[in-house]
Write a protein that binds this ligand. Structure first.
Ligand code: PGA
Ligand code: ZN
Length: 426
């Protein structure tokens, strides 16, 4: 099935910021689309998101150069290729770019085509994307990590911790997750209204916090879980994304909580992360140390890694070389997987495979700037990744991912599996 043409154009993400969408048309006239999300707390080892940086156009955020690269550089070499050869197409785009960080063509340009090819190929086969990507092997519905409170770079630093999330540890089915989350999320909203602290929602749909300390948010979370009728740590547990690279100053070697106006040495910060894991019903923690602070990762891994999920996001940036090193050094036990950190579907699948082969857990993730596309829901089921992190329980660019898993479950019928908290360590 040959690719007949490729086009790209500018659309807008959930923050109203430009992003790129590619359209791949096959020789039978079928079309597939690839829509690229965008991070705010991006890791320094991510591939390059190419923006025009022309202040007179979309405040520097337009992506017309990336669009030009799809139409003038990528299309001429990819048109005419077999749409079912995802790997060959992705490798050719990586080669054409020629840089380790995809900085010549832009990872956003390359990924838009890579995703569009996958979507077009699935359509040509007449099957859902998860069936195509998983070659019929993907049957595991993911355990979601759902944000209740959003902070850090996603809420103007009202808390230093970026995400306070919920994992429905009591869920026996995906539907149970939806019910537990619904009850806790809305209970949290009720509590904030009662306290006069309801200030709307942050970038990923979690409540916008106004608190005196990060630990105060734990109390809100525990209160919301109880008010919803559950026992913290039983039916519903806490998960955190510290996004610690954003809190770390490489020049001074110190971490800072801006909201709390506190500074920490590397050791003090790691000790605080370990203490939080012991004090609260925390089952998962992401980026509890900066991407360059390997010693703290080792320390946290040794202290709590046998019972708490330790996810590397900025640490690994979905990069197989970085994941391999992390596995060799035993820095974590899970990897956050974001397509646009690495820039092709093929390399993303490789990152997931390497993570699983090491006995670690891949957590498929959205970005804080998202679109209405639900590619990642399919990716999670296709690879039997077991976990999905999309943001909160509000805003349709988040809900469309949770809802898509329900549709995938319906397609799978009796073949659908859900193992819930058994996916977690401990
Ligand atoms: P980002 O945040 O998309 O803004 O990078 C998500 C995360 O840190 O997991
Ligand atoms: Zn993160």
């Amino acid at each position: 099935m040959k690719i007949q043409s490729i086009a790209a154009y500018q659309i807008y993400d959930s923050r109203g910021v430009p992003t790129i969408e590619a359209e791949v048309t096959l020789e039978n006239g079928m079309r597939g689309y690839g829509t690229v999300p965008s991070g705010a707390s991006t890791g320094q080892f991510e591939t390059l998101e190419l923006r025009d940086k022309d202040r007179t156009k979309f405040r520097g955020k337009s992506v017309f150069k990336a669009i030009g690269n799809v139409e003038r550089e990528i299309a001429p070499v990819i048109v005419g290729r077999d749409a079912f050869d995802q790997e060959g197409i992705d490798r050719q785009m990586v080669e054409l770019d020629g840089t380790p960080s995809k900085s010549r063509l832009g990872a956003n340009a390359i990924l838009s085509v890579s995703m569009a090819v996958a979507n077009a190929a699935a359509k040509a086969r007449g099957i859902a994307l998860f069936e195509y990507l998983g070659k019929g092997e993907g049957t595991l519905l993911p355990l979601p990590e759902i944000q209740i409170i959003g902070g850090g770079a996603h809420a103007n630093w009202r808390t230093d911790v970026q995400d306070f999330l919920l994992i429905a540890t009591g869920a026996k089915t995906y539907d149970d997750v939806m019910e537990i989350t619904h009850n806790v999320y809305h209970a949290a909203g009720d509590i904030l209204r009662e306290k006069g602290k309801y200030f709307g929602i942050a970038d990923e749909g979690g409540y916008w916090p106004e608190v005196g300390s990060n630990e105060e948010v734990f109390e809100w979370m525990l209160g919301a879980i109880r008010q919803a009728g559950y026992t913290p740590g039983k039916e519903a547990a806490i998960s955190l994304d510290i996004a610690a690279s954003d809190l770390y100053d490489e020049a001074t070697g110190k971490y800072a909580f801006r909201m709390e106006k506190r500074e920490f040495s590397r050791d003090e910060f790691a000790e605080m992360m370990i203490a939080w894991c012991r004090k609260y019903p925390i089952v998962s923690i992401e980026d509890p140390a900066a991407d360059v602070d390997v010693e703290s990762w080792k320390k946290i891994r040794a202290a709590v890694g046998d019972r708490v999920q330790l996810i590397g996001d900025d640490l690994f940036t979905t990069n197989v070389a970085r994941i391999r090193t992390g596995i060799e050094q035993n820095l974590a036990n899970a990897v956050l997987i974001k397509l646009n950190q690495i820039g092709t579907v093929t390399e993303t699948l490789e990152a997931i495979r390497m993570t699983q082969q090491a006995g670690w857990r891949p957590v498929i993730s959205a970005r804080s700037g998202e679109t209405e596309d639900a590619f990642i829901s399919h990716l999670a089921v296709a690879t039997n990744a077991g976990q999905l992190k999309v943001g909160s329980w509000a805003r349709s660019e988040r809900m469309c991912k949770w809802n898509e898993v329900i549709r995938i479950g319906r397609i799978l019928g009796q073949r659908a599996r859900f193992i819930g908290k058994a996916i977690l360590p401990g």
